[in-house]
Write a protein that binds this ligand. Sequence first.
Ligand SMILES: [Zn+2]
Length: 302
Amino acid sequence: MVFENLIGNDKAKQLLIKSINSNNILHSYIFVGIEGIGKKLFAEEFAKAIMCMQENKYCNNCKSCMEFNSNNNPDYMKIEQLEDAKNIKIEQIRFMQEKIAEKPIISSKKVYIIDNADTMTVEAQNCLLKTLEEPPEYAVIILIASNESKLLNTIKSRCMKVPFEAISEECLKIYIEENISKDVTTNMVSMCGGSIGKARLIEERKEIYINLENIINNISTKDLIDILNKSEILYKSKDNIQELLDYINIILYNKNDIRYINCIQLVEDVKTRLLQNSNYDMSIDRLLIKMWEEINEKYSRC
Ligand SMILES: [Zn+2]
């Protein structure tokens, strides 16, 4: 079955399955939604199903499916920014237009995915417009964009919009436990912000995340010197401290306790300080001391 390995986004899934089953494939689509929620995976599966040569589609066995799986299908092409480039340039769109003019070789359709289509320069977009206005009858173009406001209205008006939404935390937790990592905490799932892309990073970050959860969990029970001693991870993570502080904010928020919620502002202040190049160790000291005071002083008053 097409899309059987993809989670969430049931509406998008149904819409695409319906168009495949009814053989009503349009010439251009735009998949829109935040970074990392599976738009590209959906686009690739959709492309494969469109080009499949079997009646029931997405057979995984026909020449088209097999060549697609081995990244060799001549009827398929993906356009994205070249290494180190911020934009998709007009030359890349011109190259695509040369290729799209050639008839398909294996399948009855050709599919072109433009990933990060919102990074196309205005010249590139205007160039693409010509193909969207008069596509060859066998051609399907799928644009993928997280910021659709960067696309010209003339482009958007030529494409069928397929919106993608962040995946619910329950749904994502099940997916992570089945596919990525066992024993994930609620905080780890929150850190993904509904993104499968971020969920894939959990396994390599897990140890750090557990370490941070221990620090915060211990603040109300351990003495301050002990907390400072056991927070080594923060002192040695200068390179990715902003991510670690974001994670601390999630832990604080999920505590659902006003003393911890008050600490979020302290973390935000330190994030800003560090971006302004304040002394690193002193900023971390200060954060831990302030959080300890916020949590324990109010605690003792209760
Ligand atoms: Zn097939």
